[in-house]
Design a protein around this ligand. Sequence first.
Ligand code: NAP
Length: 274
Amino acid sequence: MNIPVIAIIGAGNMGSSLIGGLINTGHPCGKIWATDPDNEKLEHLHQSFQINTTPENSKAAQAADILVLAVKPQLFAQVAKDLAPQIQAHKPLVISIAAGIRESSIQHWLGGNTAIVRAMPNTPALIGCGATGLYANPFVTNEQHSLAESILRSVGVVVWLPDEKLMDTVTALSGSGPAYFFLMMETLQQAAEQLGLSADIARLLTLQTALGAARMAIESGKPLDELRRNVTSPGGTTEKAVSVLENSNIRTLFKNALQAAKLRSEELAELIDK
Ligand SMILES: NC(=O)c1ccc[n+]([C@@H]2O[C@H](COP(=O)([O-])OP(=O)(O)OC[C@H]3O[C@@H](n4cnc5c(N)ncnc54)[C@H](OP(=O)(O)O)[C@@H]3O)[C@@H](O)[C@H]2O)c1
């Protein structure tokens, strides 16, 4: 395929981040369209990136090989139904980044036989450091697979899921996950303040420790339990702290938290399906 034309439907937080990611990874600006009801937002995007913009979704859809639907979940059904005629006429790849909307619902609104990739990115995608789960339906070709992957990879790492049901677990892990780490960092900072550090120093040490630990895990590729053991000398300070966490059932807590989030993700998808 020649360089594909990509239309981002809904140039909000996530849509704009994807546009930034695409430009940063060398996708030609003339091959990107953005739509949004807000003309000021479109003008800003046009000025910043020289991409094509229009408030009319159907106009962008007519030009596109790939449509990225990046509107809020509650608007998704109407936007999809309105685009169905163009999609049925041109058969582009449709990528949905809407949380909790199943492929079967999207397929239904689009009129069937459509190549659809569902993507579940997370908030750090807004700074190019996202983690996205992807699922492709059987209409997606190998080439479209690669294209979808490169679009989402422009804002972070991606993983493919063999079964759409796993999207609920991805939502529970990486979708909601930034909040778990914010909570952990918040509680660590608070505890350090209670033990005498100033708020500024406690915050800086907490954040840099989280970043350093994540980078060490990524760059070493070592199993997490091995990395933990490497910084846990027998009889030392870390061992004492870790045993307090283990005795307080931290593993059960996180398992329960993820199970609750997964269940809620399933329930929300059911509600949208109805
Ligand atoms: N943000 C995240 O971290 C995150 C993570 C995972 C998944 N997602 C998914 O990404 C999608 C977008 O989220 P977001 O945070 O980027 O939301 P957002 O900032 O509200 O972006 C949505 C954009 O769509 C525009 N819009 C509304 N109606 C439209 C229409 N009929 N046609 C075209 N555009 C329209 C909105 O304009 P107005 O503001 O003028 O209404 C807004 O600019 C959601 O489905 C969400 O589930 C987001």
